[in-house]
Design a protein around this ligand. Sequence first.
Ligand code: KG4
Ligand code: ZN
Length: 416
Amino acid sequence: TAGPLVLGIETSCDETGVGIARGTTLLTNTVASSMEEHVRFGGVVPEVASRAHVHAIGPMIEQALADAQVSLSDLDALAVTAGPGLSGALMVGAAAAKGLAAATGLPLYGINHLAAHVAVDLVAPDSPGLVTPTIALLVSGGHTEILRIGDIVEDVELLGATIDDAAGEAFDKTARLLGLDYPGGPNISKAAAGLLDGTGVPGDPQAVRFPRGLATKKDLRDPERRYSFSFSGLKTAALRTITAAEAELARSAEPAGTAPTPAPASGAAPASSPNGSYVCVPAVQGGRYADVTSSGAGAGAASAGAEARGERGPLRLADVAASFEEAVVDVLVKKTLLACADTGIDHVLLGGGVAANARLREKLAEACARRGVTLRVPPLSLCTDNGAMVAALGAEIVSRGLAPSDMGFGVLSSLE
Ligand code: KG4
Ligand code: ZN
């Protein structure tokens, strides 16, 4: 009953992960991240990620074996992410795994990264066992998908994905526009909670009506768009909103001659002021952007779908962050439950780094409860990219007695 001993390698994005599982028991989940190296670029740079994998992959494999106190000769199989992901990054893991397989004679299994995000629940300490069929919502910095999973090995169907930015990427890019550091998700959440402007007052998620991409009635009727996502318009709308708010702030500060010295943001393009101007300007103004009335917001913001503020009070950084978060979460939740309704499946699994978002967890839990759908969120350390998920799916495949991959298998940046 112990199950096969499998070492899994994950290098699809910026995490170099090596996990070892014995059946459904996780022995180690060792992860190195090159995230720090991407901070100044505001997002993952493929070349930088690939090079970091080359440095990390050898030591990480050694580290995982040491942590789990197993040697290569104890293993029953090797597993590695074959896609989807960044091609160059995937190649590093695949090449390492093939080298190990050649040297040891161990069977090697190429693994679908998306299915692995779901299979990881098999090795969670509090695992209820893998519930199938299930709808899976996978949201990270690299991908955004809704899957229908009848069986974790034989019946994995991609219902829809983002056509532009990933959900986490939208958080990261918008955070940058707001002057918040990468990774942007946690910082936008903090800003939305009012923790970054010194007020401690949560933002109003209805303050700005940001666009909900691909979620009009017409989009939902179109089978090509029903489960697809688009977040790039949201980013543009956020930019217009904050630019208008800042312009208004500068204008209102001028006549009184009270323009604070740290006001470079008034004229500067938001993207060129990545560190702090949007945070510190509202802070010196008591945590408030200037009042953005319908005239103040300008036609740009209005046409981008960012509703003018009208009667409401001053627009705060917290309001913009909360409204942005709400727009992303709204579509994610709506489409996930649509998938449940369409397929008659009453279980949802949430995975990917954006699963850390409290608002998403809260709204998804509420919506699921309302429809009698059960929701499972694996522990966060297993939601982000890691080697355990690859080992978990590898062990499941080995347990079923399936044949290993051909040694010539390639990596696929998109895999369906
Ligand atoms: O799965 P993950 O760790 O790795 C990659 O995709 O590479 O996901 C990281 C992503 C980043 O885009 C980050 O901004 C986002 O997850 N993220 C969040 C939160 N925490 C992390 N997004 C929204 N809210 C959060 N609390
Ligand atoms: Zn992932």
